[in-house]
Design a protein around this ligand. Structure first.
Ligand code: WTA
Length: 654
């Protein structure tokens, strides 16, 4: 780990204001410390108490944690509940008329959905799914645009115990196909198309292509939400309209009472090998993580807050902080179909003003692009409703943090930089805004009950300032339970033997004198492009399937706005192309990757060579490729290189 060095030195401190602290759910640092202490001394009862307080159980649990088959931990596993019941039914007695969702469409049309209405729509959809023959434990793929329907679909699955696997609408037919097959899904819920930035984004045609990719598909039904009204291919007997299947359904559906450990959903995420991982979450433990973090980190005030998390439901952030967390607390939230830069880069700020948003949670990449496209725009809007800001997905550079704090939060709102992952289900390291002094660029301190540490390769804890592997020492309820169909990969990826039972996150980090965590980036070959995780191997395999490609390696290169962009080094089967031919080939390969994985995975830069830099044992020297991608002088020893001459070739960009 000697090469992991932190270059970030940031000393500014921002303590919570007395006004914020006075009203906070966790008020003052002593309160935070008391919770941490309680977690340490009463572990795991600490979590059991929270589970009793925040979840309404159909059958209370007696067992708290079963670690007998570690790392396959089980929490509260003789208890029964329904997640959708916890998100909807339990609010109906006292605030059925409260707005659950303020939906703003791409074209600016706004609609409000109350808890009562959302409940009825979820019930009708749940009944429709049952009519289609869906049972508890069946897998359903959801491939929808940001919409009320996406939430209804997920909640309807949860209501009847079907396991959803949401696939982000930006993924290609091939990626969708892979996920359908791996999960063995029986049904897909999609839309004809979605709208983003004034453009129509086809979805149903991608589903059709995905389903045409194999002769035997587990999919029996495709439910199509008519969003755009465009013409689509229709397969009688397989395809049904959403509005047709819900129209005659009862608006009440008895929930399926689920065991705490029954899977709630699978969400595929990139790992360091070619195949995406189906991260499997539990019902109760996952829900508890979403709820406690809403309460602690977002300082949730359900009766008065207007919460807005800008993430798409296709990512974990959209699961925990759109579909489950806010609804479980009975919050009012904004859901947005469009993009932040259309019709102009003031869209977010106008929406905050119009909907009186109090809590705004977005990605550093969005902040950076909005600074670039219209730093003056926030000042033209009334942002006085805001009281708390948050970021997620990648490290935030102090400049972007400060801009967010000053221009958007007007130095009044704490900024919570939240570190967590698809696998952890909920925030792990993040400031509790009424308690913790923030420092731009640091996600600060672990949540109560989370024992984070930084270890060296031998599994020993590292001292202040030294970079190493970020781990969590003890199991916690919201952690993934396994990888779908691949328990072995779950064990070896997240609980490698050297780390003695710790959960290994795959990130590197270091700590400062005050114990604050600073995330330095991924340790494995996972890239973070605009906050989206992409495996280098995935992209390399996609490139290698192109008939002209002999070999390819991709690396990340720092980017002002996106965090990282992808640079591909490619060896063709034919002669190495030059000038115009190289450009044409780069365009073709870019398009190819877009089709194989999705537009988010398209490399920005291509470099062609007759070979890749390899050691004499044939290993690609990725570190050299990274240096080349960054146009750095090669200071490393290249004497072990099989073919030093090719370095020159790989310097030219297309
Ligand atoms: C990165 C997103 C620094 C990290 C919730 C992690 C972050 C990966 C932060 C997970 C943050 C996420 N600071 N890095 N606040 N939040 N990351 O699974 O590398 O899409 O491992 O979950 O994003 O990405 P994922």
């Amino acid at each position: 780990m000697s090469h992991i060095e932190s270059v970030l030195h940031e000393n500014r401190h921002f303590p919570p204001s007395t006004t914020f602290q006075a009203q906070a759910n966790v008020s003052g640092v002593a309160h935070y410390q008391a919770l941490c202490e309680q977690a340490r001394t009463t572990y795991p009862e600490f979590w059991a108490n929270l589970a009793r307080e925040h979840i309404t159980w159909h059958k209370p649990f007696n067992r708290i944690l079963d670690a007998g088959n570690a790392p396959f931990f089980r929490w509260f596993d003789d208890g029964e509940l329904n997640v959708s019941w916890n998100c909807l039914d339990r609010h109906l007695t006292h605030y059925s008329a409260r707005t659950a969702i303020i939906f703003e469409a791409d074209d600016g049309t706004v609609s409000h959905v109350t808890y009562q209405q959302l409940f009825e729509r979820v019930c009708a959809m749940a009944n429709a799914l049952k009519e289609q023959g869906i049972h508890k434990g069946d897998r359903i793929v959801i491939y929808l645009p940001m919409s009320v329907e996406a939430i209804v679909a997920m909640q309807a699955c949860a209501r009847i115990g079907a396991i959803h696997s949401v696939v982000f609408g930006g993924f290609s037919a091939k990626s969708l196909h892979e996920r359908i097959m791996d999960a063995g899904a029986r049904l897909i819920i999609t839309a004809d198309a979605g709208f983003r930035g004034g453009k129509t984004i086809p979805l149903k045609s991608v589903v059709d292509d995905a389903l045409a990719m194999s002769t035997i598909s587990p999919i029996e039904r495709v439910i199509v939400y008519q969003r755009a009204g465009c013409s689509i291919h229709w397969q009688n007997g397989r395809d049904v309209w959403w509005h047709d299947c819900v129209s005659s359904q009862a608006t009440f559906c008895e929930p399926e009472w689920m065991n705490a450990e029954d899977p709630l959903f699978i969400l595929y995420t990139s790992g360091s090998t070619g195949r995406p991982k189906g991260v499997q979450h539990s019902s109760a433990g996952y829900l508890l993580g979403a709820i406690t973090s809403m309460h602690w980190v977002f300082d949730a005030k359900p009766a008065t807050d207007v919460f807005w998390c800008t993430a798409d439901v296709g990512w974990i952030t959209g699961h925990s902080y759109v579909t489950y967390g806010p609804l479980a607390l009975g919050m009012t939230q904004v859901i947005f179909e469009g993009i932040p830069t259309w019709p102009d880069a003031g869209r977010f700020w106008r929406m905050i003003q119009q909907h009186r948003v109090t809590t705004f949670y977005t990605a550093p990449t969005a902040i950076r692009s909005l600074i670039k496209l219209g730093a003056d725009l926030p000042a033209q809007h009334d942002l006085s409703s805001l009281r708390l800001l948050g970021t997620v997905g990648e490290p935030i550079n102090p400049e972007a943090w400060l801009w967010f704090y000053r221009q958007i939060g007007q130095e009044r709102c704490p900024v919570v930089d939240t570190w967590w992952q698809t696998e952890t289900g909920a925030h792990m390291i993040a400031p509790l805004p009424g308690a913790i002094t923030t420092k731009p660029g640091s996600c600060t301190l672990p949540l109560p009950g989370i024992q984070a540490d930084i270890l060296d390769e031998q599994g020993e804890s590292l001292p202040v300032g030294e970079g190493g592997y970020l781990v969590v020492r003890q199991p916690f309820p919201s952690l993934l339970r396994t990888l779908w169909n691949d328990p072995e990969r779950f064990k070896t990826t997240y609980f490698p033997v050297e780390f003695k039972g710790c959960y290994v996150a795959g990130d590197s980090a270091h700590r400062d004198e005050e114990g604050y965590f600073w995330i330095m980036g991924r340790i494995d070959d996972v890239l973070n492009v605009s906050g989206h995780r992409l495996g280098t191997m995935e992209i390399e395999s996609a490139l290698a399937t192109h008939p002209a490609v002999a070999e390819a390696a991709v690396v990340g290169k720092p980017h002002d706005i996106k965090g990282e962009t992808i640079v591909a080094f490619v060896v063709l089967k034919q002669q190495c192309p030059r000038n115009g031919a190289a450009k044409a080939m780069a365009d073709e390969l870019r398009h190819w990757v877009g089709k194989e994985i999705g537009a988010i995975a398209k490399p920005e830069e291509f470099r062609f060579g007759e070979n890749l830099p390899k050691t004499r044992s044939g290993k690609i020297m990725r570190r050299l490729l990274r240096a080349l991608a960054r146009d750095e002088e090669i200071s490393q020893d290249v004497s072990t290189l099989e073919n030093p001459a090719i370095l020159e070739q790989l310097k030219s960009v297309c």
